[in-house]
Design a protein around this ligand. Structure first.
Ligand SMILES: [Zn+2]
Length: 362
């Protein structure tokens, strides 16, 4: 969301979606009771779905037969409605623009909920890899201009040589199963974002059941800015009070913060977590490195005879310079929160803290 997701044009992994769409169109008006025949699918898909199993664990062939049977048991109106749900949900861009029109599994036609979910999840888990999702990741990894997770800017992607990055279903697959093989609904995401933070959260509905807007990174990005106004910067890390503010105050930004726990991660992992060996947080490490660097500068100036006594003004100019350095690649390596820390150091609330830094430098 902080970076646009790379769309690999004409990649074969996108063919599965088209094949399934064609299959649904083929069976839409078939007489009730028509048994599934591989010729209902195109050659590529029918080559992957396997042969009928007699065991308890079902393969794609078993699941597509069950799906077709329940689909053809529907009356024509419900059949048409399901195809409409399929088409509408898979128009992912429009779906994100109109969150109140999204149709979730409980509203699928009765008689098709179980079999459609089972089939689409199976297509995602067992068939999509046959269409080359690993190769898709290889291309995304190579084309991406950096390795930072585009959802948080706090973790990195892993090389395709070791691992295929998690592909997250923006519209969660158990709730919107018909969109589970759509590559505009599948995005490579950092492991922490996918497995710890987003998990099963619904981008288009909050946990109280209210519709909300979100951005789909294939089509749109957000550009949030961070500040720490209202925080209390005590020299004792345990006494500090952090307030992380994110602007603009739009629904899309709020959704992002809620889904990926951004505020909490900034606070817990960067501002508050204390490294016991040094009794300092990541934030302190950063400020201390700055302070040591400036103290060395003062020492150098004194030794080379060019020293002019440092005052608060000079320190503030150095803090501004440091702050600027985080403005490039703002969404990498926690830079947005590092920027906010140095920005906050310049506020009136931090005057005493600045004075204390100056004392340590000169
Ligand atoms: Zn992430």
């Amino acid at each position: 969301m902080l970076q646009e997701c790379i769309d690999i044009k004409n990649h074969p992994v996108k063919e599965l979606q088209v094949s399934v769409q064609n299959y649904l169109n083929t069976i839409q008006n078939l007489p009730k009771g028509t048994i599934f025949n591989p010729s209902h699918c195109d050659k590529k898909l029918s080559g992957f779905i396997g042969i009928k199993r007699k065991t308890k664990s079902k393969n794609t062939r078993d699941l597509i037969e069950e799906f077709q049977e329940s689909f053809l048991n529907l009356n024509q109106g419900d059949r048409n409605r399901f195809i409409l749900i399929f088409n509408q949900t898979n128009d992912v861009r429009t779906q994100f623009a109109n969150p109140n029109t999204a149709i979730r599994l409980p509203n699928y036609p009765n008689g098709l909920k179980k079999s459609s979910k089972a089939l689409f999840l199976n297509l995602y888990e067992k068939i999509l890899n046959k269409y080359g999702i690993k190769d898709h990741y290889k291309k995304v990894y190579k084309e991406k201009r950096d390795s930072w997770c585009p959802f948080c800017g706090m973790e990195k992607f892993i090389s395709f040589n070791r691992f295929k990055q998690d592909y997250d279903h923006l519209l969660y697959k158990a709730v919107y199963p018909v969109a589970s093989i759509n590559m505009y609904n599948l995005v490579p995401m950092g492991i922490k974002c996918n497995r710890i933070h987003k998990k099963t959260k619904d981008l288009l509905m909050d946990d109280k059941g209210n519709y909300r807007s979100a951005v789909n990174p294939y089509f749109d990005i957000i550009q949030p800015r961070f500040d720490l106004k209202g925080s209390n910067m005590s020299s004792d890390p345990l006494k500090r009070i952090w307030k992380v503010n994110i602007t603009p105050n739009s629904t899309e930004v709020k959704t992002w913060d809620n889904v990926f726990d951004i505020t909490a991660r900034c606070k817990e992992d960067f501002l508050e977590k204390i490294d016991k060996s040094k009794h300092e947080t990541e934030c302190d490490k950063l400020i201390n490195a700055f302070r040591i660097d400036k103290a060395n500068r003062v020492l150098f100036e004194k030794e080379s005879g060019i020293y002019v006594k440092w005052n608060l003004k000079r320190l503030e100019a150095e803090i501004k310079l440091k702050r600027m350095s985080f403005n490039t690649n703002y969404y990498h390596e926690y830079n947005f929160i590092k920027y906010a820390v140095f920005d906050f150091l310049l506020t009136d609330e931090c005057l005493n803290y600045r004075k204390a830094i100056l004392k340590m430098i000169i």
